[in-house]
Design a binder for this molecule. Structure first.
Ligand SMILES: [Zn+2]
Length: 457
């Protein structure tokens, strides 16, 4: 990872060219539909990539501050539980996959995201210290959007024989639309929707095994308000071909038996790019990055676990290609990890883009690291045209704190890191008038201050 400006420029050029030349032909060429999904967003929102780069930069800044504080990151003491609904859209009995398979997939996801997977033994020693618990886990939804009990598995019979639209693996979004033979999403702000359906075209030469919608339109960034929030987009979610769902699916093709396709697509849903950065062609491969600093540069996707692969020379401390990463394509036999920064990025997405989704389980520890910091928050109430000034005075300029603005329903509105002894301005204009709570905690999760804040415009 280097030369950030060049990287961003390359991405913009690449996606522009790609969008104008290839989108029209409607020809996916890879088992994951990520590039195709990005192209579709760019058709609607031409500046999407620059916006995505901007929130990557913001997330990285926050990550760096926390890391340089040399203390544990707050998320080490909390995890997020995501309610998931699996819509099984079936035309044949085989497509109506068993509950046991779906549960095995859910289990694999939870093992992978909590770094409890046994196959971490695959990770080479050079990458072992980077493998990270994402602190996100998944559970089947227990209540449907009408408040009725549900198993979290919604089986829908369809007359549609396939959702692929050509032999190259192009596909429609009809699985996400009840009127078109699929199932319209359950409220995407409250549920993670996963559609399981047939993605095979007769006599196909290419197939999309899965795709995910990346996060768009952070509600906290006023400069991005022109972008549709995906929390209200009924297409928000993950689609999986029924043969790659679950552990040891008897219909799974070779190299897709471990349930890692879902882990890969969930990674996209939480904002991750492919580990090689999706360059337009191989000549750009080593200069287009995934925006994550602790993944080595890679020129292109890898389908193989060959430990000698090293497609790019990293600027410092050159490492081989990280085929162990879930965001590469060598899934079965290799994939076993997300990195620390990827994990942070996914939590950042939950805290900034998909704030209605997670149920938080916060385990506060009792480390008393600081001698009574003085927290000053003003003005309060906040009147129109004013913003909130937060200062935390403590005898340690390197200390980092976290401020969380919570609304009156207990929902997280915005989360910011705060450096000690510096005034931090929290813009309040994006938020409606009302009663809020500002909770300040240290990076060990210990709450050091909680105040009621009134926004009165
Ligand atoms: Zn992908």
């Amino acid at each position: 990872m280097n030369a950030n400006r060049i990287i961003k420029y390359s991405l913009i050029v690449f996606f522009s060219l790609y969008a104008s030349n290839t989108f029209a032909q409607n020809v996916p060429i890879e088992p994951c539909g990520y590039k195709y999904e990005i192209e579709k967003i760019i058709q609607q929102k031409p500046n999407f990539i620059s916006q995505q780069n901007a929130w990557y930069a913001q997330a990285y800044q926050m990550y760096s501050e926390l890391k340089s504080a040399k203390r544990r990151i707050i998320a080490d003491t909390e995890f997020y539980e995501i309610p998931v609904v699996f819509h099984v859209i079936y035309n044949t009995a085989a497509q109506n996959i068993s509950t046991a398979l779906i549960l095995s997939q859910l289990n694999e996801l939870n093992l992978d995201f909590r770094k409890l997977n046994a196959d971490t033994s695959r990770i080479r020693s050079v990458f072992k210290p980077l493998a990270s618990d994402v602190h996100i886990q998944f559970k089947l939804a227990t209540q449907d959007p009408n408040g009725n009990p549900t198993t979290g598995i919604n089986r829908v019979s369809t007359s549609t024989t396939t959702f692929a639209t050509n032999i190259y693996g192009s596909y429609s979004d009809d699985m996400k639309n009840t009127a078109a033979g699929g199932q319209t999403a359950w409220n995407p702000a409250r549920y993670m929707n996963v559609w399981i359906c047939n993605m095979e075209y007769p006599n196909y030469v290419g197939i999309t095994y899965g795709f995910a919608t990346p996060p768009t339109g952070s509600p906290n960034w006023s400069q991005f308000q022109s972008v549709t929030k995906d929390s209200t987009d009924p297409k928000s979610g993950v689609v999986l071909h029924y043969k790659v769902v679950g552990k040891n699916n008897p219909l799974a093709p070779a190299n897709y038996k471990e349930g890692n396709t879902a882990t890969h697509e969930f990674g996209h849903y939480f904002g991750l790019r492919h580990i090689w950065g999706d360059a337009a062609n191989l000549s750009l491969g080593c200069s287009v990055d995934d925006g994550i600093f602790d993944t080595p540069n890679a020129k292109d996707k890898n389908y193989s676990c060959n430990p000698n692969l090293n497609s790019c020379t990293d600027p410092t401390n050159d490492k081989p290609d990280m085929t162990e990463n879930y965001m590469d394509y060598a899934l079965d036999g290799c994939a076993a990890m997300f990195t620390r920064e990827q994990a942070f990025m996914m939590r950042y997405v939950l805290n900034n883009f998909r704030t209605g989704l997670p149920l938080r389980n916060i385990v506060f520890d009792t480390i008393m690291e600081y001698p009574n910091p003085i927290v000053t928050i003003s003005p309060n109430p906040v009147k129109s045209g004013n913003d909130l000034n937060i200062t935390i005075n403590i005898n340690d300029d390197n200390a980092i704190f976290i401020s969380s603005l919570i609304d009156n329903n207990g929902k997280l509105v915005v989360k910011r890191s705060i450096k000690a002894n510096e005034k931090t301005i929290l813009l309040t204009s994006p938020y409606a008038a009302g009663v809020y709570y500002l909770i300040v905690s240290d990076i060990n999760g210990r709450i050091i201050n909680k105040q009621k804040i009134i926004l009165s415009y």
